[in-house]
Design a protein around this ligand. Sequence first.
Ligand SMILES: C[S@@+](CC[C@H](N)C(=O)[O-])C[C@H]1O[C@@H](n2cnc3c(N)ncnc32)[C@H](O)[C@@H]1O
Length: 206
Amino acid sequence: MEFPWWDKKSVSLFDQILFLPPVMEGALPLAFEQELFVEFCSGNGLWIVQKALENPQNLWIAVEKKLERAKKIWNRAKRLGANNLLVVCGSAENLVTAILPGPIVKEVFINFPDPWPKARHAKHRLIQETFVTELQKKMLPGGKITFVTDHAPYLEQGLTVFEKTMKPLLPEPFYGKDPENYGCSFFEEMWRKKNKTIHYTVYANH
Ligand SMILES: C[S@@+](CC[C@H](N)C(=O)[O-])C[C@H]1O[C@@H](n2cnc3c(N)ncnc32)[C@H](O)[C@@H]1O
């Protein structure tokens, strides 16, 4: 399958892939015809392509900032016929702030985002108050966010950040559970083989 060409300077929509440049000057929000199911930090797309195939009535969006990985997701979606999946090659922050129109997102999934384990690097983690505040504006009422991590300090950061804008959905303790039929990502498979504890937290928009 031939991957579309991209100049890396402008927002470009090709066949099932939306490229976002690092600088989004002048970008306008896109119009979507149905509510969205979004996964941030999709990696090679194992989890989301499966979800798109299982739920063909939904529009799924895989967001991955690395070009090589976005390419893998796109190829997988094309090969398996997941026509209801749009790959976004760009940062989650740029998609949320510049491209998503008003409240349109039904569900968000953040599976194993980079943990940046050193305390001095924690500022690079995706889940920050500014990001989640912007994201919440794009969520439909009752929309949900699922955050999955094996990294305890990131779990703690997620609890603190999400609880400011969203409400926890699962009863206490609402982490360390293994939801049925959640699906499995590349990192989940890897950490499960190493017997790591996986923490799932789910939040609902008010
Ligand atoms: C640890 S991997 C997890 C991949 C996948 N979710 C899984 O569970 O196998 C994290 C991925 O997030 C991507 N990423 C990191 N920060 C991002 C951001 N701000 N926006 C979009 N993708 C991001 C990285 O390039 C990497 O592919």
